[in-house]
Design a protein around this ligand. Structure first.
Ligand code: NAD
Length: 351
């Protein structure tokens, strides 16, 4: 199984190195190829996503990505900025489904923005459509007949786009507790009405999954009021962008949260949700657990190794239960020591 490692900028290389050590400890036939991406790639080649990196990405079974973003590159033309690399990879690899688990480890209940008794019930996955919606529709700034500047962005989904993300939502729900909540704004938006109609049509293929619907404004409220009611949420690009960030902060530190972006065949790019954190880069202060948990998702969703994924996730939980805390979690362990704590559990074979 070929894994492309794209460490990127800032803390990216530090956290990816720890995830690699964990993957190597599993005793699986994994091979790794590393490639430059983001600001590091721009500085070496003049482009944040050079052809050589794209070739490595295409030839792999899955990609483990660190983060991109470099203050030195902030003045570059938009198409050369490090962050464009991630958009380019999504586009070139057809990564249309974003999966973001939000789970609060009981030991970290204090890190949530919510009261501990509410926060500890959070264990959900948000499935967000990634390549359509208002971000990709016709857009511009025009002048109205009365001479006012007017900005516009067209929201549109065709039924094929909705159907393929619906399938990811139903399959994800099937692998968990068989409950899927589709979030839309069908009381106001035609795009959402079509979304809802197609979700209901697709539900006929998944009689074992219970489908419910919720308006996005209510979903935002329920995520804070009673997040324990959700298991799998499926939603469009705009609503998913906002709700997944909201759910993340309910679930604790940014250094703990993994994500996956998948194509139609299950190949995926796996990355922590955080950025390159230039403020702590090179200081050994970054929490590598989000990247280690991203590697676990990779084992589960792209490499067909659910047991290895369970072992890694259990090792992270045990390391936390044993007191491993990086500075973002209120402790003093370095990036390397956090990796060591997970490896120690794995190597003791007690998970
Ligand atoms: P950020 O996520 O990099 O950092 C926000 C805050 O969280 C910082 O204080 C940082 O120190 C802390 N933090 C982040 N990850 C951490 C970790 N693993 N352990 C401990 N603390 C952690 O967001 P930002 O500061 O807004 O952005 C910095 C750069 O990252 C920008 O160039 C931005 O464009 C880029 N960015 C990239 C991605 C990506 O690669 N997918 C995502 C978000 C931001």
């Amino acid at each position: 199984m070929r894994i492309a490692l794209l460490p990127g900028d800032g803390i990216g290389p530090e956290v990816v190195a720890e995830a690699r050590r964990v993957l190597e400890a599993l005793g699986l036939p994994l091979s790794f190829e590393e490639a430059l991406v983001g600001g590091a790639a721009y500085k070496a080649t003049g482009h944040p996503l050079p052809p050589a990196t794209l070739a490595v990405a295409r030839a792999s079974d899955a990609l483990l990505f660190g983060a991109v973003g470099d203050p030195d590159c902030d003045a570059l033309d938009r198409h050369l900025r490090p962050e464009q690399a991630i958009l380019g990879l999504r586009r070139e690899l057809g990564l249309f489904a974003n999966l973001r688990p939000a789970r609060l480890y009981p030991e970290l209940a204090d890190a949530s923005a919510l009261r501990p008794e509410i926060a500890t019930r959070i264990d959900m996955v948000i499935v967000r459509e990634l390549t359509g919606d208002v971000y990709f529709g016709e857009k511009g700034i025009r002048t109205t007949p009365s001479g006012l500047r007017q900005g516009y962005d067209v929201m549109a989904y065709d039924e094929g786009e909705v159907r393929r993300i619906a399938k990811v939502g139903f399959e994800t729900a099937r692998a968990r507790s068989r409950r899927l909540c589709s979030v839309d704004k069908a009381n106001v938006l035609e795009t959402s009405q079509l979304w809802r109609d197609v979700m209901i049509e697709e539900a006929a293929h998944y009689p074992d999954v219970e489908l419910s619907h919720m308006y996005v404004d209510n979903a935002a409220m329920q995520l804070v009021r009673n997040p324990g009611q959700f298991d799998v949420i499926v939603t469009g690009n705009l609503f998913g962008d906002i709700l997944s960030d909201q759910a993340s902060m309910c679930a604790g530190s940014i250094g703990m949260l993994p994500s996956a972006s998948l194509d139609a065949a299950g190949k995926g790019l796996y990355e922590p949700i955080h950025g390159s954190a230039p403020d702590i880069a090179g200081k050994g202060k970054a929490n590598p657990l989000a990247t280690i948990l991203s590697a676990a998702m990779m084992l589960r969703y792209s490499l067909g190794q659910p047991e290895a994924a369970d072992r890694v996730e259990a090792a992270v939980a045990q390391a936390l239960a044993g007191g491993a805390r990086s500075p973002d979690l209120g402790g003093a362990r370095s990036t390397r020591e956090m990796g060591d704590a997970v490896l120690a559990v794995l190597q003791a074979a007690i998970v």
